[in-house]
Design a protein around this ligand. Structure first.
Ligand code: NAD
Length: 802
């Protein structure tokens, strides 16, 4: 249990990182005050105000909803130092200069609360050296807290203690950062660039060097070192462009300035091309050009050989050779063997960079991290790899790969001649064929396997991300299985709450899924306290499975679909009126039928990164699994809550726009603003706590004497409402903003949302609205333009505009 109550956080420095860290704290409901220097002209908070305004425009958005920027309290060091007293945590994120940071610490020290934790977000300075200047009483409460950019989206936060940091301070901070802020914590040693940037940037430098050796262009390297290699899709050079070449040069300089004794020191030289691009002001994405440049729709790549007087950028688009791409799809042992033995330069290049990373990590493990797990998690969470370097090495066959790496070192092919450490070949790692075991991960400094952290906060993670080889049970094999069909697994962890996991691709809802969920509801009602719908990956459900309905449609047309759709609608109602609570644990996309499943549940527990919406219009349809009936009911409920005589139509407008424009929330917070989550729902900061919280919520509802809602009739806007909406739609159509088919679909949405051709205020039931949904849905299925949209989506995965 986290016994470190953080009532408020101060962030010092409203630059790129500070402002976005503050924004993310707002996302997770942590009150925050953001400081910067007093402005020289105008209001003293000018610098902070500008930064906060900037947050609203930044893409990808650092905020759940832009208007929440107002929740960031603004301050400057001249007028508001006293505000620090209320803060339990102070995160310093000012410019990367030791002297400036030290000056600031001295200045704020008298205002810091006696219990507050003070942490620096520095990327490259020594935390211990920073700590040295602090008053004695603050030193035990000081450490490093290294967020990655962009902080909302990057899961990794490195925590770095100094020799004087009190251990319980770090434990408290780890609990807060994990559970409240929602991040994956890696503890790092106070060595230059800590873990992720040390290994990641050394890896990028090695990749740039080997690319030159094998004569590969930037676009080809990026294709080879992106998704195909199980790494971030931006590959190597585009990642450098996104990070900013100046920032990258800064991180490289830290390596150069501090690691003269490192055997890899020569490979820390700044690549000539990076220096050249920086000189030209081509700093990457932020300055419009770097290794790549976007001109209109074309992507160009920098060409070092091009005549500087003429175009320096040439068309990009080079791809991996087909034969190499095929090698990359093989299982790890075969993959590495093929790459190593191939004469294809791309394959040789890939073996070379993998060898370099294994070599580098093995040589440095003892110095930079407590165990191999920290390095692997840092590379996954900070650099977007599917697997860390040690995991891949172990997967490919520990001893064999070790021998290959050794052979290359001996042959002078590696980046340096430093031998692999003895633990690679002798002792427990060799015996166990790897650094990760069920006992723990190898610590080269302590010569033993270290288990995972046992901090109480991790008890909230039933299935935390785990490294390959750790023997962690896969969630879909865990617990007690109660029922299973081809697309749903129904199981329980505690015998009290049932869990239904959709296992179909993208968790698409087919008749088999519906059948599995209904069975789960039956079982939950008879023997459990509730049902949680949860899956271990980052998709809740991409919607109804149109492909599964194809055979029925081919055989009997829309008439054949109507009964299938009714079954889906009935399943939604069964979930809503179940005698035990059904809790949807939403994470990632919940679209169309997935959104409907969520809104018909008794409660939603949603990860911050949840994207919810009714998107059927994209395939030329209307929401047909109760999505529109839901919007009508919510509008009636909100009107009733406000004022018994309130105009329903006012509450319907947003719901109409969201469905008619297939809008999707860009966060759980926005999805709630759009009405797909309720204020009474729970938004969870850490994705790995979702199942825990959902089970707690289901139990709490049950224990509080849960009864399903009563079936009610509710008032609709009727034919007047339809006429109003259609009038506006006609203007949009005539103005060329929407197509004739969009007009048609939107009119049908309006028809359902207003309850059809009835008087305003008429009372209708959910069943009645669902019948209307079904009628229009089936009619649209027969429409050639809708069929064109469906076929387009099934064939290309992209919406057809017609
Ligand atoms: P930035 O240049 O965007 O912002 C720095 C802020 O510090 C500015 O708002 C500036 O007004 C303020 N500042 C400048 N001089 C000051 C002084 N003497 N006293 C007080 N405030 C001063 O920098 P950034 O990129 O946000 O980096 C901030 C910190 O975070 C650095 O330590 C950096 O190493 C670290 N970091 C950066 C990134 C990144 O990708 N940019 C990632 C992780 C960590």
């Amino acid at each position: 249990m986290n016994r470190f109550p953080v009532r408020k956080v101060a962030v010092l420095g409203a630059g790129v990182m500070g402002a976005q860290i503050a924004a993310h704290l707002v996302n997770v409901k942590v009150p925050v005050v953001l400081f910067d220097l007093p402005a020289k002209e105008g209001p003293k908070n000018g610098i902070v105000t500008k930064a906060v305004e900037g947050l609203k425009k930044l893409k990808p958005s650092p905020l759940g909803v832009p208007e929440d920027a107002a929740l960031i309290e603004q301050a400057n060091y001249e007028e508001h130092l006293d505000k620090l007293r209320d803060c339990d945590l102070i995160i310093e994120a000012i410019a990367e200069r030791m002297d400036w940071k030290l000056d600031l610490y001295k200045r704020i020290a008298p205002a810091i609360a006696p219990h507050a934790i003070v942490a620096s977000n520095t990327s490259g300075l020594s935390i211990t050296k920073l700590s040295d200047v602090l008053p004695e009483e603050i030193k035990p409460r000081f450490c490093g807290i290294h967020f990655f950019n962009p902080p909302r989206y990057m899961y990794l936060v490195e925590l770095i203690p100094t020799p004087t940091t009190r251990p319980e301070i770090l434990d408290q901070l780890e609990a807060f950062v994990t559970s409240a802020v929602g991040k994956g914590v890696v503890r790092a040693k106070d060595t230059p660039n800590f873990v992720a940037n040390r290994v990641g940037i050394a890896g990028m430098l090695a990749t740039m060097k080997e690319a030159e050796t094998y004569g590969l262009s930037y676009d080809v390297v990026d294709d080879l070192t992106g998704k195909k290699l199980g790494r971030a899709s931006s590959g190597t050079f585009r990642t450098a462009d996104v990070v900013g070449l100046d920032t990258m040069a800064h991180v490289i300089k830290t390596l150069q300035d501090n690691l003269a004794d490192d055997p890899f020191f020569p490979s820390y030289a700044t690549p000539a091309v990076v220096t050249k691009l920086i000189e030209q002001g081509a700093l990457g994405q932020k300055s419009g050009a770097g290794f790549f440049k976007k001109v209109g729709k074309d992507i160009l790549r920098y060409d070092t050989k091009a005549d500087p007087a003429s175009a320096q950028y040439v068309p990009a688009g080079g791809k991996a050779d087909e034969i190499v791409a095929r090698m990359l799809k093989k299982p790890a042992p075969e993959r590495l063997k093929l790459l190593r033995e191939s004469t294809n330069p791309q394959a040789q290049f890939l073996w070379a960079i993998l060898r370099d990373s294994f070599h580098y990590c093995a040589v440095h493990l003892a110095d930079i991290a407590d165990s191999a797990r920290e390095i692997d998690f840092a590379m996954r969470w900070g650099f977007g790899s599917n697997r860390g370097p040690f995991e891949l090495w172990q997967e490919a066959g520990w001893k064999q790969v070790a021998e290959w790496v050794k052979a290359d070192i001996d042959a002078g092919k590696a980046l340096c001649t430093a031998p692999l450490p003895a633990w690679v070949f002798d002792g427990p790692v060799a015996t166990n064929s790897g650094v990760h075991t069920p006992e723990g991960s190898w610590s080269a400094s302590q010569n033993k396997y270290l288990p995972r952290s046992t901090l109480p906060v991790y008890q909230r993670q039933y299935f935390p991300e785990s490294v390959l080889g750790s023997g962690a049970v896969a969630p879909l094999k865990a617990g007690t299985e109660v029922f299973k069909n081809d697309e749903v697994r129904v199981w329980t962890l505690d015998g009290e709450v049932l869990i239904a996991s959709i296992t179909a691709k993208l968790h698409l809802i087919s008749p088999t899924v519906t059948e599995g969920l209904l069975k789960a509801v039956d079982l939950a009602e008879s023997q459990y306290k509730g049902l949680v719908i949860w899956s271990p990956d980052d998709v809740f459900s991409a919607g109804a499975n149109l492909e599964a309905l194809m055979p029925v449609f081919m055989k009997s047309g829309a008439k054949g679909i109507a009964p299938e759709e009714k079954k889906l609608q009935d399943a939604m109602l069964r979930i809503r009126y179940a005698t035990v609570p059904v809790v949807s644990a939403v994470r990632g996309i919940a679209l169309g039928g997935g959104c409907e499943l969520a809104v018909y549940s008794a409660k939603r527990v949603a990860a911050m990164e949840s994207y919810v919406g009714l998107v059927e219009v994209g395939v030329g349809l209307i929401p047909g699994g109760g999505g529109l009936a839901y919007i009508v009911r919510r509008a009636a409920e909100m009107a009733a809550a406000g004022n018994a005589n309130a105009d329903i139509f006012a509450f319907l407008k947003d719901g109409f726009t969201n469905a008619a424009m297939a809008k999707v929330g860009t966060s759980a917070i926005e999805s709630r603003k759009m009405g797909y989550l309720l204020w009474s729902d729970t938004i969870v900061a850490n994705k790995d706590e979702l199942l825990y919280v959902a089970i707690q919520e289901a139990k709490a509802l049950f224990e509080a004497g849960y009864r399903a809602p009563q079936k009610k009739l509710f008032p609709v806007a009727g034919r007047n409402g339809i006429a109003t909406i259609k009038g506006q739609l006609a203007n949009m159509r005539d103005g060329g903003f929407i197509s004739a088919h969009d007009f048609h679909i939107s009119s049908l949405i309006a028809d359902v949302l207003c309850g059809g051709d009835v008087d305003a205020g008429s009372l209708v039931s959910e069943d009645y609205l669902m019948t209307l949904e079904r009628k229009h849905f089936c009619a649209l299925l027969e429409h050639p333009k809708t069929q064109e949209r469906i076929m387009g989506m099934l064939q290309t995965g992209k919406p057809v505009r017609n």
